[in-house]
Design a protein around this ligand. Sequence first.
Ligand code: ADP
Ligand code: GLC
Length: 480
Amino acid sequence: MKNILFVASEVMPFVKTGGLADVVGSLPKCIDRKYFDCRVILPMYSFMNQKWKDMLEYKTHFYMDFNWNSYYVGVMECELDGVHFYFIDNQDFFTCDKPYAGMPYDIGRFAFFSKAALSILPSIEFRPDIIHCHDWQTGLIPVYLNDAFQANEFYRGIKTIMTIHNLKFQGVWDVKTMKDIVGLPDYYFTPDKLEFNRDANMLKGGLVYANAITTVSKTYAEEIKMPYYGEGLDGLMRARQNDLRGIVNGIDYEDWDPKKDPLIAVNYDSDDFKAKKVKNKTALQEELGLNVDPDAMLIGIVSRLTDQKGFDLIAYVMDELCQDAVQFVILGTGEERYENMFRHFEWKYGGRVSAQIFYNEALAHKIYAASDAFLMPSQFEPCGLSQLISLRYGSLPIVRETGGLKDTVEPYNEYEGTGTGFSFTNYNAHEMMGTVRYAEKIFYDDREEWDKMVKRAMDADFSWEASALQYQELYDWLIG
Ligand code: ADP
Ligand code: GLC
């Protein structure tokens, strides 16, 4: 039996702001239990739903040196779907109303979290063969492991993987403050290690010291070796290209299943969607105050509202698109300028645009089930789960060909009768609009072709099965 430890700042179903939580929540369940014992460590945030807090049991506590102090480290635990979860409890760092509080506060919290995640291992009696770290919040784990922890026999020989879910977020702050907080010697703060444009960079530490690096699609693994997508780390990505691989994300086929989903109005599958899916549309139109019209093409968006997701393109041509016979439903939160933009369009095109500016799991399910198409014109997209969910729910993705969007959405080819969605190449508003209008044309003028595409989309396989095998291969190869 090989031991794999996942460490991340958000994990479904306990806490989620985006796709990272979905991945760390679902992948460990899909790794073969005959060969691997997968466990997960995450922070015990005070805002976590009481339902989950009630499930946790106290395991142990101790005090740990950090930032010139001695801090309480509590360990709570629970088991869910056969996976063991450990929660790091410390009220100074994790009393909050959302997982991220902004810089520089997050530097201290996640440096503490990373050091604590390593420190609890002997007391929970779990010695991982591999620590699988996710995003910048856990970037210091490979660095700490390489440093003082080597003095203890227990830690020697543990391998690490750093998975990049989003290279844009790196945990950067000035060297002096960072050095003080994280407590690593000067040795680490040079340009070949944590130093980055004269500042210090936590993710970079992980990318330098991890034994292997992965990211969440093949195309993104190539893109980040280039300056446009590399966020200043493309040189490092090129230097480590032999240790870097892209493994595309899957989605949880239990949670996301239109045939059984209890959150949607009418269940359907790839054989009976023609008659049934539309009932989800009219139910949602009614619920949100859109004009109830089963024949209108409904375009959905469920997203963090950040510039990554291509909202500048939408801002540019939304007025023009709203001249067409389409409806839009947007669910998301994030940057104020985008929140207000969608509120504005709802006000301007009442009955045809609905802007739901908040976070809501149940409404997300309803939108995937109700919409005919799903718009995701991202500027960059490491993988993207929303388009995978929309494929499964027969809402055809309209995407920009970047990262995981390129790898998972096959563009419609009207001559060969293939494809599962629509895509365009350049980050250009009119190119996007042309593609949306092409989709409208197929929807209204060639419904038979559209429906065939919906069936192909729903039948495509984006479960974890194939990707979990690739992770297992990587684990085996690293352990040797
Ligand atoms: P990212 O991780 O960059 O935000 P992904 O496409 O990988 O993008 O994952 C986004 C996940 O978050 C999807 O499961 C999507 O349904 C969900 N999501 C995003 N915004 C909301 C929201 N406002 N309410 C509910 N779910 C949301
Ligand atoms: C990040 C990326 C997204 C990816 C998710 C899970 O949030 O923005 O593309 O799907 O992580 O890997």
